[in-house]
Design a protein around this ligand. Sequence first.
Ligand SMILES: [Zn+2]
Length: 480
Amino acid sequence: MLGYILLGLAALAALLLLAAAVNAARMKAKPAAGKPAISWTQEEAALDAERLSAMIRVQTLSKKPGEDMADFRELQQVMRRLFPRAFAAAEVVDLDGSLLLRWKGRDSSRSVVLMGHQDVVPATEPGWKFPPFAGTVDEGKIYGRGAIDCKGTLMTELAAMEELMTEGFEPAVDVYIASSANEEISGGGATATAKHMEEKGVRPELILDEGGVVTTGFFPGLSGQCAVVGVTEKGFINIKVTAKSRGGHSSTPPRHNPVARLAAFVNDMERARPFKKAYSPAVKRMFASLAPALSFPMRLLFGNLWLFGPLVKLLLPSASAYGEAMLATTFCFTMCEGSPAPNVIPAEASMLCNLRCIAHQDMDETVALFKKKAQKHDLGVEVITGRGSSMLADLDGKAFRYLSACVRACVPGATVTPYMMMGGTDCREYEGLSSGCLRFSPIRASSAQINSAHSVDENVDVASLIEAHKFYRYLIENYE
Ligand SMILES: [Zn+2]
């Protein structure tokens, strides 16, 4: 009897595997079809490179409203000179240095918004190949702070608008360019702009901000170009954990030293990794979109979550930090403080933990879990600041479908995938206005170039810039 049961189970397992393998074999990506719908000349590419260089040369380090905005005024003068028609023909609203350009279309009850911030982070890292605010063009690349984050995006959006205006094109709907002056410090520029639009009753169908790019090697086993579109952002919580003691001289230390209790707690958390692992809709859709372009073993796994879901969930966190971050709230202890002298037992020792919160576990539950673990080690817990995860864009809505169609037309053969962003963008401030908040710049960038943002040798390819410019042009021109 047992023999028959085992045989039956083995047959069932073989059948399931066969079904998964057939499924994986059938979903293989088709080879790239046709020529790109966009093209350009070398002169146009060189002009865009010069434009970006000029914008990089103005050091627009993030400023809060009320601070001296001279650098931003200078950048805006540069942009007015580079894109005279766009700034003359569009209605320009200036909100403490954050700009909103509105190009009226045939139907002003509808609109799309392109975003890209003007501010940059400092460039104090040693070892830059070229001065970070020189905008040097070298071997087909433009170097400088803001090249990829985010002046390249802003420049190409403006270039598309300028070009179409020059040709006398009239867009089907209103086209906005929204450019905050303080994205990098969450300084409120995007909030003010979104509020302004809300007051005017603007409900954009598509809002396209920075986030993902066109890249390769985004996922293990993935072949070809991939357009990675951010569709939601994780939230965050900063929690301070405190251990108290009576203090005293370190020559006669009692047990339960506060630093030891903190250390035990950190180890406990690292071992337990207590937050709930689950496939969010964005991650599920990402695997489904990527699967056809993956190598066979990966396609078998990620294309058959109905069968391998539990196994993938088990393996992914150990495979990569990003893999774990996709499935659960993560935590990272980042700051710590003890006693002020080498021979003093701290009366209070503390640490700061930065958690990145996933939508399927709410903040109260997250803090409660954290607290429970901390209390075991006699630690106090204080939430310093935080915010929940952003809304999920409509993955079946017009915005995502249209952007995907633009990618297919302009970068034939590229895989388009939604993804969950671990960091924040200005876009979240607009989510009350639209279910089509997407985070994607149509710029081709290698992983080294992506990592150069906020780091040394930030750079972008000249060829990628002109391609992005023509992509935005295509997007505006064909929007119905
Ligand atoms: Zn940015």
